[in-house]
Design a protein around this ligand. Sequence first.
Ligand SMILES: [Mg+2]
Length: 234
Amino acid sequence: MQIKAVIFDLDNTLVDFMKMKREAVAAAARAMVDHGLPMSEEDAYRRLFEIYDRQGIEYQEVLDHFLKEELGHLDHRLLAAGVVAYRRAREANMVLYPHVKMTLMQLIRRGYRLGVLSDAPARQAWGRLASLGLLHYFDQVITHDDTGKWKPDPAPFRRMLEVLDLAHDQVLMVGDWPDRDIQGARNLHIRTALALYGSDFDTEDSGADFLLHSVDELLPILDTLNEGQHPGCC
Ligand SMILES: [Mg+2]
């Protein structure tokens, strides 16, 4: 069966999410210390990431939580300083990996349909796509809110196939997380490409069909799978 659509994980596959997070948290820590928080920037940075470790990396109340824990109350001057610095650094550091935009554009030109399959909440996933100028690139975006399940549960993968109206052998899944993106797709016999450039995981036995050192390596892989015939051609 010809591959007609490419499904991308979002964080650490298209966008360098952890770089953005590190820079935003560092900026928030610096701003709060600058406005009188009685601790070092390094300690504040470390404590903020400890809260993310406990509450999840998408936790939205991290600065409130941090200030209450450290000071015993919510200091609104420090909170405002931290929030503004966080947001500015987040926007400035929300960047795509090299060659992402060119690859997405080439895929669209060749007639592939594109999907995003993200475990992030809808508001955060769509917000990142908007910040990156990618809102119009994808035919379908499925987030955690759409099924209530996280990868590798089959539900989000099944939902994506359903909304694309394609079979498992007509799509290729691209992601950085072997246990979630790759295993989840493999469970439904979807072919997979592991984004090594974004992966912090042990990728040795990922089970992926293809390994990507750069996202543009997808183009020759799809040419091979489809024997040079693009979905938009002929
Ligand atoms: Mg990811």
